[in-house]
Ligand binder design. Sequence first.
Ligand SMILES: [Fe+2]
Ligand SMILES: [Fe+2]
Length: 270
Amino acid sequence: MATDQLIATEAGPRDAYEGVLRFYELAKRQEWQVRDLPWNELPPIPEGRGSPQRRARRQDMWRSVLTQQLQADMLACDMSSQLLNIAPDPEAKLYYSTMVQDESRHTEAWLKLVNEVGGTAERDPYLDQLAHMTLEADTVEEKVFQMQVFYERLIISRFRLIARASRGTVLEDLCNRLTTDDGIHHGAGMAYERVLLEHASKKTKLRLVEAANRLLPTFVQHALWRPKERAMIGGAMRSRDLERLHEDIAIGVRLAESLGLDVSDVELPV
Ligand SMILES: [Fe+2]
Ligand SMILES: [Fe+2]
């Protein structure tokens, strides 16, 4: 599979894939480099005020935020390279070649940033489990749905929140770039999933919804998980977290409906 040729053998363009190819061109135009970030001009993360202890606690909190994003982008490298390998359509392979580069560059940027502020903190075990479920999913349709339609849509609002809380830092600049990149990843995923589902059997669609349902309890644990560095804030934020979790799942349901999937059986685990 991995060594299949990238060029379509049939003559002429395939109209259904025009959307995917548009995102391929867009991705190439939007490419940036880690050295483009304002490393020497701005502080890496918000410097904070108050006593040295208070500032140290804030720094630990930020290290933990950075660690989760580094973890997510490392997993995104695994998932996008798997999609590059198994996607059956040459247009999709072209697109995924840019996504693999994007996720690798994101990982490089997070690694550099987290090293500038004292190194990584605790991993989110549920995020690892979620990625594992997507990597093990049976069909391309399921993988594209989970990764690009759902996760990459949700991450965009997270980047906006982090950017808002870290004005005037390298972290803000990075989050703004990732908002654009993941907007492209999500858009490309929607375009490709539409083509895939047009030709998918009823059984494939049913299994996709079942797989999403199976994933939800772990998604809830991931959404409510807090490392010890953020445990204090976590307690205060729990009702906000629950609210956001409901919103996220509602977005997933709406996205599935817009792709013509029957989600009447989806059970909300909260
Ligand atoms: Fe990424
Ligand atoms: Fe992404």
